[in-house]
Design a protein around this ligand. Structure first.
Ligand code: SIN
Length: 497
């Protein structure tokens, strides 16, 4: 797929800073690579810490004005952005597939998913509200108002370059905040196109600044924001080690934090489950974005009474998945880079060395159409146990480890035996078990008899070392708002009429 779009002006090669498209202050550039071919598809600025400071200056200025806007006007800005995103959905999807590698059909779905956060928060902007507290003395009035936290640093991941950016920037704008944003090094083009559309929608200069940077310079740029008192909130989606670093580094300025971090989701199939539905749900949950999602099942536990039957059904589905570049119509695209393939391979080798068995798949995939691509064959591994790396670490690839279990107590203990707590899935038709397990599982999100969790109307987020804070839903806006209690005293006491 070539980088040809209906609107070529959406292919930006500069960062957006204070309403202007600019190079890095020292002129350094970063190449954007197509993971399916290894080809360079564009260049963007490799911004420095100094650029990061300039972005905060701009955002702080913009915030000074934007904080006074009314909710209706912020909602209107978001709705104009939403309309432009939908009008340019195909271009955004093509850009995303090119730099991220996911099948075009998945990119189209992601654009719709990301856009749904923009329209959701346009509505929520108008519902922020506050409270009146019944007074204890007749000459007092007590009320609670909500105000924007200030400048927000949004640090977005490569696996959902459009939707995660929309999920952070839309609530920030809805609340009245200004934003400095650093998209992932691998996928800057989608972020810049989204910024161009927001500018076209009428966002004031400096309201949202998007700075692209290399892996090498990312920490320096982020540290500038962490140390800057004017940045009052960080919203980050990415790995747990980086999330912990952000929490530590922002402690000195006590910023608000929303951290959507790593996962190690269990997927449990009880003996009373509808096995076909469970296999279908697992296929959806596991193979979206070639297994590169924080919420994809990383450990599959199957009751021993249905273990063999489930594995046979799963193997038939996994074995028929097609692999190829984004526009080939294949269901599984490349992984993001060579390191990602190495990690999946090392998890597989570790498990095989400890007694696990390959059921289907089992290694790197050579794609004749894209010989330099980072492909991995969708793989099912049976007889996995808790000692293996694939049970303890997030694999982030198309690998399905399956473990047998015999009792509910055993599987709940296994499912919870992880520092992570983002998503969990299970299949059962026993209503008592459904409630017992749903309540016992330690995760921020639990899907029962379903392989999908993501929607703008529900709170997305984790517990334990999967982070804190919620994105989307009616809870998502509060992450960007400070609560202020106002007490008005010494009023004339109410007189009977
Ligand atoms: C993620 O994997 O980081 C987000 C997935 C989603 O929103 O569905």
């Amino acid at each position: 797929m070539n980088l040809t779009l209906n609107r070529t002006d959406l292919i930006r090669s500069e960062s957006l800073l204070d309403g202007a498209w600019v190079a890095a202050s020292d002129g350094r550039r970063l190449e954007v690579i197509n993971p399916a071919t290894g080809d360079t598809i564009g260049q963007v600025p490799d911004c420095s810490a100094e650029d990061g400071r300039a972005a905060v200056d701009a955002a702080q200025r913009a915030f000074g004005l934007f904080r006074h806007t009314v909710a209706r006007d912020r909602a209107a800005l978001l709705m104009r952005w939403h309309a432009l995103v939908l009008a340019n959905a195909e271009d955004l999807a093509r850009l995303m597939s090119l730099e991220q590698g996911k099948p075009l059909a998945e990119s189209r779905t992601e654009v719709a998913y990301g856009a749904s956060y923009i329209s959701w928060f346009a509505e929520e902007a108008k519902r922020g509200g506050g409270d009146i507290i019944p007074e204890q003395h007749a000459n007092h009035r007590l009320l609670v108002i909500k105000q924007p936290v200030g400048v927000v640093a949004a640090i977005t991941p490569w696996n959902f370059p459009m939707a995660m950016l929309a999920r952070k920037i839309a609530p920030a704008i809805a609340a009245g905040c200004a934003v400095v944003c650093k998209p992932a090094e691998d996928t800057p083009l989608t972020a810049l196109a989204m910024a161009a559309l927001l500018q076209e929608a009428g966002a004031p200069a400096g309201l949202v600044n998007v700075l692209t940077t290399s892996r090498e310079r990312a920490a320096g740029l982020a540290d500038t924001w962490l140390e800057d008192f004017r940045v009052r909130k960080i919203s980050f989606t990415g790995s747990t080690p980086v999330g912990k670093h952000l929490a530590r580094q922002s402690a000195d300025t006590l910023k608000r934090l929303s951290l959507e971090l790593g996962g190690n989701a269990p997927f449990i199939v009880f003996e009373d489950a509808d096995l076909d539905a469970a296999v279908a749900g697992l296929m959806v949950a596991k193979f979206r974005n070639a297994g590169q999602t924080c919420i994809c099942p990383n450990r599959v536990y199957v009751h021993q009474g249905v273990y063999e039957r489930f594995i046979d059904k799963l193997a038939a589905r996994v074995g028929s998945l097609t692999i190829g570049p984004a526009t080939s119509g294949a269901e599984i695209g490349p992984l993001i880079n060579a390191r990602a393939v190495d990690k999946v391979e090392s998890h597989l080798q570790d498990a095989l060395g400890r007694g696990a068995k390959i059921v289907v798949g089992g290694g790197r995939h050579h794609c004749a159409e894209a010989p330099n691509g980072h492909f991995f064959t969708p793989t099912v591994v049976a007889d996995v146990d808790a000692s293996m790396r694939m049970s303890c670490e997030e694999t982030f690839g198309p690998l399905v480890p399956v473990t047998p279990f015999s009792t509910d107590e055993e599987v709940i203990a296994l499912a919870n035996d992880t520092p992570y707590g983002l998503a969990a899935y299970f299949y059962s038709r026993d209503i008592d078990r459904v409630w017992q397990v749903a309540e016992a599982i330690e995760a921020g999100m639990v899907a029962v008899n379903d392989g999908a969790l993501s929607t703008e109307i529900a709170p997305f987020g984790g517990i334990k070392e999967s982070g804190y804070g919620r994105e989307g839903s009616r809870y998502g806006l509060d992450e960007y708002l400070n609560i202020k209690y106002i007490r008005h005293g010494n009023l004339a006491a109410r007189q009977p009429a």
